[in-house]
Write a protein that binds this ligand. Structure first.
Ligand SMILES: *Cc1c(COP(=O)(O)O)cnc(C)c1O
Length: 398
């Protein structure tokens, strides 16, 4: 695990604000900048052609104020459980602007999606059979089919899975047989496609190559169905940098590329859908945990924090930490000589490590370690219940 010693560049708040947050909140907390969320949504929207819709992936951060901020700007929502559907509706989202995904949808999930009026991303014939049984409308229920591409996809770190055996979707090789089988269920009609195989992509060219693959599959699907597709869903995957050494994803290049892809695919008259989670919510959040004690064990420096993998699990899951800096309440960012340090949490397991990297030697109890880019895949992804510590607070800054 590598911690990046960062300036406030990878943080949603400036030094004065971080200091204020550290001073006013004694326990571990997440703080989110809603103005940054609104700005990011508007910036991405402005970079995309009009035929591309934006659905916020609720799983990246289902916090209600964030959902409300996006709903207020006309966002669609990508939901994957009955709970996420409720949250999106409570925030002002609508079924007409909702897609519903998941590799193991129960009847309860499907009922929630149907009740809301969401477009379901079908992952296999079971979804179609269940929807056929549940759907009571006069006209056939329009669904998307999720396809697992046979090639032409790259993913740098395995998060969604790239190309290969997958729990998600219908393998491209068996798409024709799937379409034939699905036609037996006349109350369900495949009208769209979803392809999403790579997450946290920082290179616009690679992202667009994956999108081209999706349109190639879409063309074949439309031919197999003999019916026009109205929606091709390209999934999420827009990356953010977790270190200053990484590039920013060029979203204007993504927008221009999608415009070119639409131009190259004149067989397709429907809309494209992007479902970013991380890109929209990640940079809005900061996690903060106080130093409880420090120690040197057999030559290795440890700093023990009040929160660990019960609040931030991503480092353990992906091997990569969040950008980190330390604040001394009332004094600002702690600087000075640095040494390799392991940040450990309060849990009674050696798994509880949130990073190793160069941190100030002067760190002491009461200092607050801040983790940037923690607006996505942090609060709800952690193993909050393990060892029964209190949940971190969440603060929404307008
Ligand atoms: C997780 C997920 C997303 C969001 O992915 P990001 O990499 O956070 O943009 C979008 N769509 C689906 C179906 C997902 O499972």
């Amino acid at each position: 695990m590598i911690l990046t010693a960062a300036t406030t560049d990878l943080f949603a708040f400036d030094e004065a604000r971080l200091d204020e947050l550290a001073t006013s909140h004694p326990g571990p907390f997440f703080a989110y900048d809603l103005a940054a969320a609104r700005e990011r949504f508007d910036r991405l929207r402005a970079a995309l052609p009009a035929r591309v819709r934006l659905a916020y992936a609720v799983k990246s951060n289902p916090g209600l104020p964030l959902l409300e901020a996006f709903a207020g700007r006309g966002a669609w929502f990508d939901c994957a459980s009955a709970g996420e559907v409720s949250a999106a509706l409570a925030a002002g989202g609508t079924g007409a602007g909702m897609v519903f995904a998941g590799p193991a949808k129960t009847e309860r999930d499907l009922q929630a999606a149907l009740f809301a009026g969401a477009r379901v991303q079908v992952d296999g014939i079971e979804d179609i059979a269940r929807l056929h049984a549940l759907h009571t409308g006069e006209t056939p229920l329009a669904v998307n089919v999720r396809v697992n591409p046979a090639g032409g996809v790259s993913e740098v770190a395995s998060i969604i899975g790239g190309v290969g055996p997958s729990a998600f979707g219908v393998d491209e090789e068996v798409l024709e047989a799937f379409v034939t089988e699905a036609a037996r269920f006349e109350r369900v009609e495949i009208r769209g496609l979803q392809v999403f195989s790579a997450s946290n992509e920082l290179d616009a060219g690679r992202l667009l190559a994956n999108h081209r693959t999706a349109l190639r599959i879409g063309r074949r699907l439309q031919e197999l169905l003999g019916r026009e597709l109205d929606l091709v869903d390209l999934g999420g995957g827009l990356g953010i940098r977790y270190a200053l050494t990484e590039p920013n994803l060029d979203v204007r290049a993504v927008g221009a590329g999608l415009g070119r892809i639409l131009g190259e695919n004149d067989w397709f008259t429907g809309e494209l859908l992007l479902e970013p989670g991380r890109w929209l919510s990640g940079p809005t959040g900061v996690y903060a945990a106080r130093v409880v004690r420090t120690k040197v064990s057999r030559g290795e420096r440890f700093v023990m924090l009040e929160g660990g993998i019960n609040h931030l699990l991503r480092p353990l899951l992906t091997g990569q930490s969040f950008p980190t800096l330390a604040v001394r309440p009332g004094e600002g960012v702690v600087d000075g000589e640095r040494a390799t340090t392991t940040l450990a949490g309060p849990l009674c397991t050696s798994l509880d490590r949130v990073g190793t990297g160069d941190l100030p030697v002067d760190l002491r109890p009461g200092d607050v370690v801040m983790f940037g880019q923690t607006g996505a895949y942090a609060y709800t992804q952690a193993m909050s219940h393990f060892l029964s510590h209190a949940l971190p607070e969440q603060h929404w800054v307008c």
